[in-house]
Design a protein around this ligand. Structure first.
Ligand SMILES: C[S@@+](CC[C@H](N)C(=O)[O-])C[C@H]1O[C@@H](n2cnc3c(N)ncnc32)[C@H](O)[C@@H]1O
Ligand SMILES: [Zn+2]
Length: 289
């Protein structure tokens, strides 16, 4: 975590500014604990990545394997103790560790999909921004490129594994946080540009759009969607299609740019393994407030 990110972060439970206890510093904070002095919540920073989950033991409950691996890696004794105590409180459910590693590898192997350069080219036509946020950024393919032309760029994702890959490239105006997109890790901070690429199947669409709408009072919102909502028991409750998504954005006060008024079909190719690819046709919408 960049030391400069501290001023932007807030406690996910009570909105108070966080205090930083840095244990291992290099160019950035490699190990540390962020603490809310008001409600005593603690958030670990492990391998340069802050995990801003309302309860760390809950985060580890579905990532027990990851917890064990991190325990071996951590050098600072206070942080090790915190992890050990969090691990002792977990209530193990289906472990997501392997799944999250698998998808990080798939995104890493799919960096060259034309979809990403298409998004970058479109974002480059927008005014330069002071504060940018990408929700569900995964390994940071787009996030990292945004840092080349905007002032400060943040990416959030619930996958520690994905952010580990994202953190391999260092830029002094780019930082990533493990967090739930629906939580308020930045309090009431307003962004000039927000991106949400291909995440509506995983995060309840209306809740996410409402949350993002509150994070932009004046700026742009770039959203793409393959509308692949059929996920069995994991499906979101209220899926949207290309028309209801546009109407919902308008209802939240966004004006849709002329060139994204009509649904589009941009190829997004994910290389699952050397013999299989997943080919989506994605819709891209740019909204402005
Ligand atoms: C289908 S992938 C898309 C990744 C990337 N945006 C792209 O287009 O290449 C969805 C991403 O959203 C993340 N995600 C899912 N639910 C989330 C949540 N509630 N909060 C934050 N990230 C979430 C996943 O970990 C995953 O990296
Ligand atoms: Zn608090």
């Amino acid at each position: 975590m960049l030391e400069s990110s501290l001023e932007f972060l807030r406690c996910v439970r009570c909105g108070t500014k966080l205090e930083l206890n840095a244990f291992k510093l290099n160019k950035e904070i490699e190990e540390g604990i962020l603490e809310c002095k008001k409600c005593s919540l603690k958030f670990p920073i492990i391998e340069k990545i802050p995990i801003l989950w309302s309860a760390f033991s809950e985060y580890l409950s579905s990532r027990k394997k990851l917890g064990g691996e991190l325990y071996q890696l951590i050098q600072n004794q206070k942080l090790k103790k915190f992890l050990k105590s969090s691990l002792s409180k977990i209530n193990p459910v289906d472990d997501r560790t392997a799944l999250e590693i698998r998808w990080s590898t798939i995104y890493d192997n799919s960096r060259n999909s034309k979809f990403y350069s298409f998004v970058k080219d479109n974002v480059d036509t927008l005014p330069k921004s002071n504060l940018v946020l990408e929700h569900g950024c995964s390994i940071g393919i787009v996030t990292s490129s945004l840092a080349d032309s905007n002032k400060m760029v943040f990416g959030i994702d619930r996958s520690f594994s994905a952010l580990r890959t994202a953190k391999k490239s260092y830029k002094n105006n780019l930082d990533y946080f493990v967090a739930d997109s629906l939580s308020s890790i930045f309090g009431k901070l307003q962004f000039d540009l927000i991106l949400a690429l291909n995440i509506l199947e995983l995060i309840e669409p209306l809740e996410l759009l409402k949350h993002i709408s509150k994070q932009i009072s004046s700026g742009h919102f770039v959203i793409s969607e393959p509308y692949d909502f059929d996920r069995g028991t994991n499906s979101v409750r209220k899926p949207l299609d290309e028309y209801t998504l546009r109407t919902t954005l308008k209802n939240f006060g966004f004006k849709i740019t002329t060139k994204t008024k009509k649904p589009s079909y941009i190829p997004w190719t994910l290389k699952l393994n050397p013999r299989a690819t997943l080919n989506y046709k994605v819709d891209l919408i740019i909204g402005k407030k």
